[in-house]
Write a protein that binds this ligand. Structure first.
Ligand code: 2PG
Length: 336
């Protein structure tokens, strides 16, 4: 398994894969349908009209940002009839793009970051834009990010490169007022939007008392092996922080509850998150063991593509960039 993980991460011909997977056929088919009390995106998200909190002309995406918040959305509803082979075809296959955020100011300084909310460097901004070029032809119906600015910046910057030119809009479901005040009053405009759901469950693992410390100095002080154990082992937490296992308990649970549900209904999903929250999700997707995940490293700003089909995930690796044949999404090296 480990060999497969590390040696098949090249994705050379995205359009070819998309054609083979049928994903290309879905591109551009997002539609909005009127329903009795509002508008419903084809991607299964309810856009509540009026919603009880605002003027009669207001529309808003009503999307649950996390399992623990109140309202959200209409769960994705299964088709009520066999109406369409169209739907069945659609629901049988979906694209899942994972992107670790671009380089942050603390990546640059080699500091443990965890849940500290640090922005991207200029290089990180460029990485995010380059990631966007790699995925510009892959359909995206809905975007999930962590609640941290480096992941949000990465998602937004990547989407500036997307061929469809849709506008990613962050959903504000933290209160009724936030929801009401962020309503959109044009169906046409809504058709040109992609909902972005932020979820703390996708945040970087909480690094405890290592947050803000220099990685090299920490290795010098506590020993390289000990620090490597804290950084990469599955079940050993750093002092007062989360182990990868603890991080998986919320990140993978959120993925299964919220994101997999979207994929099952045929929606194409992008996730912008972090080295360790994504390692835990990839461990689930690729069925890695707790030994294998130790060697799993993700580069900043490199997107990875999975196809979800008939309940199974298959990894396509990293879509090729415009100026090269392919790129490794994973590396073997844990840098200090
Ligand atoms: O500092 C962090 O939060 C993470 C990711 O940047 O570090 P590590 O490489 O140890 O997972």
């Amino acid at each position: 398994m480990a060999n497969a993980v590390f040696h098949q991460a090249i994705w050379i011909l995205p359009s070819h894969h998309l054609q083979n997977s049928g994903i290309h056929q879905e591109f551009g088919n997002v539609s909005v349908k009127s329903i009795s009390k509002g508008f419903k995106f084809d991607l299964g998200l309810s856009m509540s009209r009026n919603g009880g909190y605002s003027s009669s002309k207001g529309n808003s995406f009503a999307v649950e940002a996390s399992t623990s918040q109140n309202s959200v959305v209409d769960p994705i509803s299964a088709p009520s009839n066999t109406s369409s082979n169209e739907f069945q075809k659609k629901s049988s296959e979906a694209a899942l793009i994972l992107i670790r955020h671009g380089e942050s100011l603390w990546n640059e300084k080699n500091l443990f970051t965890g849940c500290v909310d640090v922005p991207l460097t200029k290089k990180g901004v460029e990485e995010a834009i380059e990631a966007g070029k790699r995925i510009s032809n892959i359909p995206v119906d809905i975007i999930y990010t962590s609640s941290l600015i480096r992941a949000k910046m990465t998602a937004m910057l990547a989407m500036t490169q997307h061929r469809r030119r849709k506008v990613p809009i962050i959903m504000h479901n933290e209160s009724e007022q936030a929801r009401a005040w962020s309503q959109i009053f044009s169906e046409d405009t809504m058709r040109q939007c992609i909902p972005v759901i932020t979820a703390w469950q996708l945040n970087e693992r909480m690094y405890g008392e290592l947050q803000g410390l220099n990685k090299q100095e920490t290795a010098d002080r506590f020993g390289k092996e000990k620090v490597h154990e804290w950084r990469r082992s599955y079940d050993i937490p750093p002092p007062n922080g989360e182990s990868l296992e603890m991080c998986a308990e919320r990140a993978v649970a959120y993925f299964k509850d919220q994101i997999e549900t979207q994929l099952r209904s045929g929606k194409h999903v992008m996730i912008a998150a972090h080295g360790n929250s994504l390692r835990s999700i990839i461990m689930y997707l690729d069925k890695l063991t707790s030994q294998e995940v130790i060697s799993l490293e993700l580069s900043t700003g490199i997107p990875m593509l999975y196809i979800f089909k008939e309940g199974r995930f298959s990894r396509r690796g990293s879509p090729a960039g415009p100026t090269e044949a392919g790129v490794y999404a994973y590396t073997r090296v844990c840098n200090f």
